[in-house]
Structures are given as C-alpha cells and as structure tokens.
Design a binder for this molecule. Structure first.
Ligand SMILES: Nc1ncnc2c1ncn2[C@@H]1O[C@H](COP(=O)(O)OP(=O)(O)OP(=O)(O)O)[C@@H](O)[C@H]1O
Ligand SMILES: [Mg+2]
Length: 440
C-alpha cells in the first residue's frame, strides 16, 4: 500500500503542476484574443472540458489516497465515527443508510474501489442494496459525470443478448431496420452495471469475457471492432463460486469480474440497523405521501423489529410505505399484509404498561426468533425497551431525571431511546383540564 500511496501522491503532485501550466496557457490565449470566431471558441471549450476531466481524475486519485490512508485509523472507530469519517472524506452515500459494521465495511471497500477502474462484483440476497451499491461506486468514481448504464442480464432473451449488449448493424437480422448502439457503447467512458450476472447464459459469458479481455466490441453484423472503455460492476444474488463448480458459470469470467468483491449481508444479520431504517423510511414515506410520519403501536414495532425480512431492505421499505399509506395517525398489526400478520392474541396489543404484558411481549418475540442467540437478543432488546418506557412514564418523560435515577449517562440514555424509537415527549404528563385544576 505504501508504494501505491507514493506513486499516486507523486504522480498527482507532478500532474497538478502540469495542469496549472495548461490553465495558464488557456488564460493567456483568452486574455490576448482580440476576437474569437466559432471554431476557436469550440477548440477552447474542448480544451477546458479536457482540463475539467483531468482535474476530476486527480481529485479522485487524491481521495483514493485519503481512503487508503484511513485504513489504520478505522480499527478503533465506532460505527458512528466511521460513517462521519466517510462523510468528511466527501463520500457520496446515494441514500445508503445504516451504520452496521458490515455495511460500513462494504462502503469502505466501495470507497477505495470507486476511483479505480477495477471490476467489482457485488453479491447479496435480493433486496440487500446491490444496485444501490453499484450507484455508490459510480457516484464516487472519476466517471461520475459519465453514463451509468444498467443491464439486467436475466431479463434479455438469449437471441437478443448480443444485440442488446453490443448493438447491431442495419439488416443484421430480421427486424434490424437501423444501426443500433448496444449497452456497452452507451456506457463508453462511464460504468456498465451487469445485474443478475449469474443468469447470463454460457454463450453470453464467452462474448462478455472476450470484451473484457480486448476492451473492444463488435456490433452484430459488423466487421469492424469498436473500442469501449466501460467500467464493469456486476451483481448477483447467486453463489457464483457454486455455479462455477456446477459448470453453469465460467470460472475465468468469475475471476475477471470479481477483482473487488463486495458482499452485502442480509437484513436479519444487521438487525441493529432496523430502528434507523424505520425512521428513515417513515420520514421518506411521509414526504412521498404528504402526511405526518406514521407512529407504530408497540405490538407492530415489536413485530417489525423481529420479523426475518426475507425480502430484506426492499421488503422493509415496502412495509413502511404500506402502513404509512393505510394507517391513520398510528399503525397496528392490522395494517400488515395478511400473509405475514401474526395470529391474533399472541401478544398483548396494549402498550406494555405492566410487567405481565412486557413479559408476554418478550416471550412472543423470542419465540419468533430463528436461533437461540436471536431469541436472547430479542428478549434483551424487549426488556430494555420495557424498562425505558416504564422509567419514562414514572418521570413524566424527563430524560435527565431518568438518567439520574438509573445512574446512567444522559447521552447514553438518549442513544438507547433513539435505538428503540422512543420519544420522551410522548411520556410527558398532559396538562390537566381547567375543571380538574379547580377541583384540586
Ligand atoms: N442501506 C440502505 N439504505 C437505504 N435504502 C436501501 C439500503 N439498501 C437498500 N435500500 C433500498 O432498498 C431497495 C432495494 O435495493 P436494491 O434494488 O439496491 O437491492 P438489490 O440487492 O439490487 O435487490 P435485487 O436482488 O432484488 O435486485 C431500494 O429501494 C434501495 O434504495
Ligand atoms: Mg437489483
């Protein structure tokens, strides 16, 4: 890494000097020009655009160095600090939310990979954010202002694949009434996102491999080769290694595509992110639906915190949009789709005001957990939440008072409340009506 740092730093220092010189030449031409005709203006514009591209390349190289040199520091950083450090390095999140350590690992790999042209393979279950990650890589790279072209390899009929990817010449086959550019040509100088790469049939894999090796494509029906410079990001929800072993995916293509490998964990393995995602999507849905953010009953919240989300973040987001659309001020389990709604009377719908209801909630949640450690975590989360709610009720929603009574640090308590989505103001004593006041 050291040698790489030095090379990049040394290179950029020299190139900055070169760039300054070019800018000076451009400025003096403009300063001394008595009048400019159109071709001259176009030439100067081209030069200015070239300069802008070079500056972009260099600034991304600089960021690569910053990202690489942050490696040592991050070991002692908390997830919050790691996210803030990414922000401070001008990382573009593209709406990626959450600070689970495994997600941050993936974002930090993306940060380092983005300014390079190395191929990236993203894998993870459906709905874990693979396409979002591909956009993050594009947005943080030197090609950010160039095209981002997405191709779903699983959705193209086999007989159209070649033409879709590489284009065709007029008359190449029945129905080819015009010359047509393919996706690779459209992604020239930008990024091509090959989604569901595991679905690409073997003949398509051979052609793709050839393009990766030669960086040239040939339109169907054309003789001449066209050189293309497209950065490749591929994604799959399959285990490509396994497909290689089974013989349905070419091993040489797998290694070419996976120079950088980013794995996105399923949501059930990053459950700590769920409360944050709730508030993010509740706000997002409220804005989209022009309503106030929906509030969940404790029973719905318990369910949503412990549900295994086979459709991952996409499913969570869709559920929040659904309940935000269907519910009034407060959403309950009746707003869940029927196929995932828990059977009636497994939990008390009333807020866990007493120990009995809280215990029932704990039991029900830990019963629905998939493993012993999940059950333990669910029970401990639930006990923590019931404790905080009871405490806030007792002190009328005054966080500092609760912190004093429990001998806890106030900011730690605030963090726990945030984690559970508990708002202290919901526990403030309501003002008594005037008649009541008179009676007292
Ligand atoms: N960390 C995240 N923060 C916020 N939104 C996210 C996050 N991850 C995913 N999403 C959202 O979840 C939805 C699904 O994400 P995406 O389409 O990227 O998943 P995918 O892995 O490509 O799914 P599939 O395999 O089904 O194609 C999108 O609306 C995306 O914006
Ligand atoms: Mg996708």
């Amino acid at each position: 890494m050291k040698i790489l740092d030095q090379e990049v730093q040394g290179g950029s220092a020299l190139s900055y000097a070169g760039l300054l010189e070019k800018i000076e030449i451009l400025r003096s031409r403009l300063r001394w020009a008595s009048k400019l005709d159109r071709p001259e203006i176009e030439k100067l514009l081209r030069q200015a655009n070239g300069l802008r591209d070079e500056v972009m390349q260099l600034s991304h190289k600089e960021r690569f160095v910053q990202a690489a040199s942050s490696e040592g520091a991050r070991i002692v950083q908390s997830p919050g600090e790691r996210r803030r450090a990414l922000l401070a390095r001008s990382f573009v999140f593209e709406g990626t939310f959450g600070d689970n350590p495994r997600l941050l690992d993936a974002l930090e790999v993306a940060e380092k990979a983005a300014p390079t042209d190395l191929p990236v393979l993203i894998d993870g279950e459906s709905g874990t954010g693979k396409e979002l990650m591909a956009k993050v890589i594009h947005a943080n790279g030197s090609r950010a202002d160039k095209p981002y072209i997405s191709v779903n390899c699983g959705a193209i009929p086999e007989n159209l694949l070649e033409s879709e990817l590489f284009g065709h010449k007029k008359g190449a086959f029945t129905g080819a009434s015009n010359d047509r550019k393919g996706k690779f040509e459209s992604a020239h100088r930008g990024t091509i996102f090959l989604d569901e790469i595991g679905e690409l049939p073997l003949p398509g894999q051979v052609k793709l491999l050839r393009v990766l090796q030669s960086q040239e494509i040939q339109r169907v029906g054309a003789d001449e080769a066209i050189s293309v410079d497209a950065r490749i990001v591929a994604a799959t929800n399959k285990n490509l290694r396994k497909l290689c072993e089974e013989g349905s995916f070419r091993e040489d293509l797998f290694y070419r595509l996976s120079v950088i490998h980013v794995s996105l964990p399923p949501l059930r393995e990053r459950k700590d992110e769920i409360p944050l995602l709730f508030s993010y999507f509740c706000d997002e849905a409220a804005e989209a639906l022009k309503r106030r953010p929906v509030k969940m009953t404790p029973r719905l919240r318990d369910f949503m915190l412990n549900y295994p989300y086979p459709g991952n973040i996409r499913e969570l987001r869709n559920l929040i949009y659904r309940i935000s659309c269907l519910a009034g001020e407060s959403a309950g389990i009746e707003h869940l789709p029927e196929d995932i709604r828990p059977r009636p009377q497994t939990l008390s719908e009333a807020p866990a005001a007493d120990g009995g209801a809280a215990a029932a909630a704990i039991l029900a949640n830990s019963n629905s957990a998939v493993s012993l450690s999940d059950a333990k975590r669910a029970a401990s989360d639930e006990a923590e939440r019931a404790f905080l709610e009871r405490g806030l009720r007792e002190v009328g929603g005054t966080v500092s008072e609760l912190a004093r009574r429990c001998d806890m640090n106030r900011s730690h308590l605030q963090m726990l409340l945030k984690k559970h989505g508990i708002h202290s103001k919901d526990f403030r004593h309501r003002e008594a009506p005037p008649q009541e006041e008179r009676r007292v």
